[in-house]
Write a protein that binds this ligand. Structure first.
Ligand code: 1PW
Length: 218
């Protein structure tokens, strides 16, 4: 949203975007989902330069989906359900490796964000439920091991490990997570609300992808 440009990260915006991305009837709205990711990029950018690779890669994935939304078939890229239906019907999903030169499908691109969202869910849950003296860098690495490392190459895993070492202190993290005024002291509760919103949209996506055998798109 234009009015969000230049503003710092606010967890309440992250929570609202992911909450809004899942409709009462279970539709997943791609625009709202991506606006949650854009807010998350602001968070990553505030973690320092070491997270540049991670946020850059995320930007690339968002851009691919937005190009689809702005393209000639944009109407099909409004919800996850309609995107899946459209790409399945047109043979665009890419269940096997796509021929060189063919653009990555919306389904395989979204799947990358979907897997990464699990990382965020686990990390924020750990952050919101762990004891005072727990090390965020360790929690971030543990969440990564659990949710994302199995899908990444050795090189990407090394780069990710380096970024986690540069993770700010718990105090600083809570400061970032409670930015925006009126949030001080509400940190853990807001965190866990956010975790809940993320988990809902994650689970709905997971079900849809599982139903279509799309959890392992190359
Ligand atoms: C502080 C917590 C932040 C959690 C946000 C999670 C963002 C995850 C992005 C990880 C990116 C690592 C570097 C790139 C890896 C790509 O190879 C990989 N992309 C993702 C998003 O996992 C797979 O995409 P590809 O190579 O199959 O196009």
């Amino acid at each position: 949203e234009p009015q969000d440009l230049g503003e710092g990260f606010r967890i309440v915006r992250l929570q609202r975007a992911f909450a809004a991305s899942l409709t009462p009837s279970g539709q997943i709205l791609i625009r709202e989902y991506l606006s949650g990711w854009k807010e998350l990029i602001k968070f990553m950018d505030s973690l320092g330069a070491a997270f540049g690779l991670i946020s850059g890669e995320t930007r690339t994935k968002i851009a691919i989906l937005q190009e689809n939304q702005r393209g000639p078939h944009g109407a099909h890229y409004r919800t996850l359900q309609s995107m899946v239906r459209f790409e399945l019907a047109r043979g665009l999903v890419g269940f096997q490796s796509l021929p060189a030169g063919r653009p990555p499908s919306g389904c395989r691109t979204f799947l990358r964000l979907h897997r990464a969202l699990k990382w965020l869910e686990l990390f924020l849950r750990k952050l919101g439920t762990s004891p005072e003296d727990a090390d965020p860098s360790r929690m971030c690495a543990d969440a990564y091991q659990e949710a994302l490392a199995p899908y990444h190459s050795w090189w990407v895993r090394q780069a990710a490990a380096l970024a986690f070492l540069a993770m700010p202190s718990r105090r600083e993290l809570y400061h970032i997570l409670s930015a925006g005024g009126g949030e001080e002291g509400k940190g853990p509760r807001r965190l866990l609300d956010t975790v809940r919103s993320i988990a809902h949209v994650y689970n709905a996506t997971q079900e849809l992808y599982a139903a279509h055998g799309m959890l392992a798109l190359p």
